[in-house]
Design a protein around this ligand. Structure first.
Ligand code: ACO
Length: 322
């Protein structure tokens, strides 16, 4: 049987961290450092400079993941980028990344659009390709420049997000790896979190900014994150007591704490980066994953539970032995 293992991780954040007070002054927001920290846990975020696109952030994160995996761009036969802020309408950010990386062996490259669940979706897809035997080594990236779709006069959303990218290399292996994964969607909730605009006849029609019903998102997120965690644990015949690290989508520290509590996981077993990164949507899970690998918290052989929830609504989880 073919298994799938994570052979390397990488991440990248653009520029210097921007604190809440600096952000409030820059955009003349009626807010405060205390309010943002108390309601979200966020202290800083990174914002990509003008002209820097998702594929640029993805490139840096991917180079680091390839180096950690000990392989080169042409060793990849599959490249998937999870993003809701692609460089272009088309071609895909994955195809642009393939070119920037110098992969010229005809690897498949495509984007996945599942907003903040995008990385878990992409990882689940790549795992199925590898397990089927059709592909041997995949680069899975979450990359976002959410700063481009924020309404900087809407204090209820613009303080929450940041830009960044994270990447993993997945490869075929004899031993497990990814033990179980699941992904779901319920489009009836599309209205509580969306960017309801489009390009039509050369102009933007509708609303090109992120809109959110924060309290509805909060309740939905906590419910489905607990459900999907149990789904993958049950599929693998494991319990939460066997999970070394929970690596959740980094939306809001209160969502993370509620989810960990519901799963009876100690806060110390939860990787939390939202304070420094803000919510980087599809990039947040691989960013947190890479940070905890590089600072030595996550070690080979440990069991990791990755899970995400995002606009759509979409949600998913992956349980793996690192
Ligand atoms: N600074 C100061 N006041 C603010 C700010 C701000 N940045 N934002 C909103 N407020 C005000 C509101 O205007 C409101 O004022 P009012 O009472 O005069 O009308 C008051 O604070 C309370 O607003 P609520 O929306 O009820 O505040 P709440 O406690 O729900 O916190 C928040 C808002 C932080 C958005 C919360 O609902 C939340 O965390 N929701 C989850 C949403 C989330 O994380 N989304 C991320 C994207 S989705 C995802 O990644 C899955």
């Amino acid at each position: 049987m073919i298994h799938t293992r994570v052979s390397g991780t990488g991440s990248y954040l653009p520029g210097e961290p921007i604190g809440n007070t600096e952000l409030i002054e820059r955009y003349k927001l009626d807010s405060s450092d205390d309010w943002i920290i108390e309601r979200t846990g966020i202290r800083t975020r990174h914002l990509a400079p003008a002209g820097v696109a998702s594929s640029d952030l993805a490139l840096e994160a991917s180079r680091r993941a390839l180096q950690a995996a000990g392989c080169e761009a042409n060793d990849l036969d599959l490249i998937i980028v999870a993003t809701s802020t692609p460089d272009y309408i088309f071609p895909s950010t994955a195809a642009l990344l393939q070119h920037k990386l110098g992969n010229d062996n005809g690897a498949a490259a495509f984007d996945v659009q599942a907003v903040c669940s995008g990385f878990v979706y992409a990882m689940t897809i790549a795992e199925k390709f590898i397990r089927s035997g059709s592909h041997k080594r995949a680069l899975v990236v979450g990359a976002e420049v959410f700063s481009r779709i924020l309404d900087w006069s809407d204090r209820g959303t613009c303080v929450l997000f940041g830009d960044g990218a994270g990447a993993v290399v997945l490869e075929a292996a004899n031993e497990p790896g990814i033990l179980a994964s699941a992904f779901h969607a319920d489009g009836s909730h599309h209205g509580i979190l969306s960017v309801p605009g489009q390009v039509c006849g050369g102009t933007v029609t509708g609303d090109p900014f992120l809109r959110m019903d924060g309290q509805a998102v909060f309740k939905f997120a906590v419910r489905v994150l607990a459900e999907v965690a149990h789904e993958v644990l049950d599929a693998a015949g494991m319990t939460t007591s066997q999970v070394d690290w929970l690596i959740p989508h980094q939306a809001n520290v209160r969502i993370l704490q509620s989810t960990a509590r519901k799963l009876h996981l100690a806060p110390e077993n939860c990787v939390v980066t939202v304070a420094e990164h803000g919510n980087t949507s599809a990039a947040s899970i691989p960013l947190a994953f890479d940070e905890a690998v590089r600072d030595g918290r996550i070690k080979r052989g440990q069991h990791l539970l990755l899970e995400g929830v995002g606009g759509g609504f979409t949600w998913g989880a992956a349980l793996l032995k690192f």
